[in-house]
Design a protein around this ligand. Structure first.
Ligand SMILES: NC(=O)c1ccc[n+]([C@@H]2O[C@H](COP(=O)([O-])OP(=O)(O)OC[C@H]3O[C@@H](n4cnc5c(N)ncnc54)[C@H](OP(=O)(O)O)[C@@H]3O)[C@@H](O)[C@H]2O)c1
Length: 233
């Protein structure tokens, strides 16, 4: 990547103008990024864009064509059966961010693969990165308004696509942790289920989040732990 490309702000497209699409659009535009918004109904995208700086309502085709990074803020079913056949070919070589949390029926007969892997197969030639699914739309809005940012685990097979997604998310205020290849998405999607369950059990709803504690400098080195363990025995 050239230094110019490294520093140029990516053009972001968001397909889906529901809860998550709207929250992500608010976040990115609030951080100075231009965003192309596309929904099933043009009016939904227009309404949303009207309330945001630097946002433009466009067709799904134009969003796919213009964006360097496309956020797929639709259900897995819609992404696979409606968006991919419509614009999959325009997204070849581009970064596609899958924020989905699949319903059980989305993954029936897919051989225990994650939604991200299913999406990568359908959008052949795109660099799919799993991200943001562990953060609720309400939390994304909170971060957009200066709230405490959780860690966003990301996964993908294309190192450069993951780098540009991480850069985008860090610029937007999130802590980002690299979970490795796209196949790790199964764990990231599982983490989202766990957070939802913890929120229910703790009576917190979606007001729970994941933050990776990077303890390395605070812990004694392994050798030291082993020595003291030996002394105790
Ligand atoms: N909501 C959250 O807190 C959250 C958090 C993390 C991840 N996610 C994930 O984000 C994705 C979207 O969830 P959501 O909660 O935002 O759902 P949502 O509010 O129902 O929004 C989905 C949007 O997709 C649009 N859509 C449907 N068919 C379309 C098509 N053919 N072309 C373009 N747009 C189409 C819908 O438009 P219409 O309204 O016109 O049907 C709707 O605006 C899901 O995969 C979900 O798992 C959501």
């Amino acid at each position: 990547m050239t230094p110019d490309a490294e520093h140029r702000l990516p053009l972001v497209g968001v397909i889906g103008c529901g809860a998550m699409g709207a929250a992500v659009a608010e976040l990115f535009t609030g951080r100075g990024l231009p965003v192309y918004l596309a929904g099933r109904r043009r009016s939904a995208a227009q309404e949303l864009a009207a309330g945001l700086p630097r946002a433009a309502a466009v067709s799904v085709e134009v969003a796919a064509e213009k964006a360097d990074v496309l956020i797929l803020a639709t259900s897995v079913m819609v992404s696979c059966t409606q968006i991919a056949p419509r614009v999959g070919s325009r997204l070849v070589g581009k970064v596609l961010v899958d924020v989905s949390n699949p319903e059980p029926e989305d993954l029936e007969d897919t051989g225990h693969r994650s939604a991200a892997e299913v999406i990568a197969e359908v959008f052949a030639g795109s660099s799919v990165v799993k991200a943001l699914n562990c953060v609720s739309a309400r939390q994304v809005r909170a971060v957009a308004r200066g709230g405490r940012p959780p860690t966003v685990p990301i996964a993908g097979d294309d190192r450069e696509a993951k780098r540009s997604t991480a850069r985008l998310l860090r610029r937007s205020g999130f802590d980002v942790a690299d979970a490795g290849p796209l196949s790790s998405s199964q764990w990231i999607e599982g983490l989202s289920h766990l957070l939802r369950r913890l929120g229910q059990q703790e009576g917190l709803g979606d007001a729970v989040g994941f933050h990776l504690l990077r303890l390395a400098p605070a812990l004694p080195p392994f050798g030291a732990i082993n020595t003291s363990e030996k002394r105790r025995t």
